[in-house]
Write a protein that binds this ligand. Sequence first.
Ligand SMILES: [Fe+2]
Length: 274
Amino acid sequence: MPVIVAACFRTAAPEWRFALARMRPPNRDMPLIDLHCHILPGVDDGALDLRDSIGMARQAAVDGIEAVCATPHIRHDHDVRIHEIAGRVKALNDRLRHEEVPVTVLQGGEVAETVVEDLSDAELERVALGAGRWVLMEPAPGPLGESLEQRVEHLVARGHRALIAHPERHISADMFERLARLVAAGAMVQATADFFLRQRFAAGMLSLAKAGLVHVLSSDAHSSHGGRPVHLSAALRKLREVDVLTPHLKWIEETAPRAIVRGEDIEAPFAPGV
Ligand SMILES: [Fe+2]
């Protein structure tokens, strides 16, 4: 086991060690991992209650998703208490086992870029995805700014890596160049799966992927009742239309998400082509 992974296993809370250990080797029937999902009940603008959370986990299971990172908003306008996340994740996992839903929820958070530098090292570990290295970072509204690039670099200096959430919400004329700079600074990019399936957005999303600026897909689902579902598979199939990604589909679908929740220091096998 690489040193960094071993370190993550050592520092992870016991329930995460158990969950991460369960994920080796990959379950070939359910290989997918959703890295961005507001599945915790009643903490942010995601699942309303436990029933809603269980409904979201059932959606995930139907789509072949074996693990879902709980990523409540870590942002000034949401009262999410970081020290409570692990307990809430454990309670949801206990309920999913009781309901025989074959999905494991992992720790995480969607950390606003305006908040990330205020977090202590311990808090960063608690909101990072799975084993505590990769931080899902929500850019500030509007075009991706230079401040985000600096925050990505600061995270790297603190021993973390950044996964940039939903770039499709931050369109600007030079968006591709801005994203490429973030990748050069040490980030990877998480696009929202559902947007690949919407007629209005699909072409733009495929352009982003064609430019080598999509590393993983996630649901960013907020409810089982409406909005984006906890589905990844159909959007991943859309990526097969992108010729330059053909050799990398397995990496995007399985290798990268799995490495991220294990806290591995991975690099993409393709570079931004902008
Ligand atoms: Fe989100």
